[in-house]
Write a protein that binds this ligand. Sequence first.
Ligand code: GRF
Length: 215
Amino acid sequence: MAEKSILILISGRGSNMEAILEARLPARIAAVISNEPQAKGLATARAHGITTSVVPHRDFPDRAAFDAALASAIDVHQPDLVVLAGFMRILTDNFVARYAGRLMNIHPSLLPAFPGLQTHRHALAAGVRIHGCTVHFVTPALDGGPIIVQAAVPVQPGDSEETLAARVLREEHRIYPQAIRWFCEGRLALAANGKAVVQSARAPENVLVCPAVER
Ligand code: GRF
């Protein structure tokens, strides 16, 4: 199978991007594009020898115009997969349709719980005992596309948003490269029922962390 080419979109810190760059995936990272000129991840990408560019959303009158410019910047590289790694823009349906089946996102909750922003705050407020993260294909439904892989972490008594976010982020850095690896190896498919299917003997081990039960 030909080596896949991946393009990563970021808006800020870029720690998921860095985990992907360091995962030694069987893929070529075509470029990293940010909508924020100041995104810290841009320097990290360049330090890894990756081509970067910026499409500043503030330069465009509306979402449609920004998305069209972003799509043009992406299509120069003809990537097989577009990876949203902390990309903080809501994308138009046209953009999502253009990359259907080859647009992935990571979300810091166990979807469908806590879509949207401030997921760790909402998890603490709800009092859930288990929280986590989800890699999914992107569809027009916000944080609603087919789930590829999830990791769960316990919520500890005394957790703050920060301690919980850090525990979840460690798992994000594990499952995002894993999902992309499956894609690159051709082991990821969308079934007729709309669900993502992983052909991996080890897949079940990667989806759930069970807390011990006290007796
Ligand atoms: C991550 O928590 C990711 O799940 C969310 O935004 C954050 C981005 O962090 N979508 P980073 O830029 O990858 O460090």
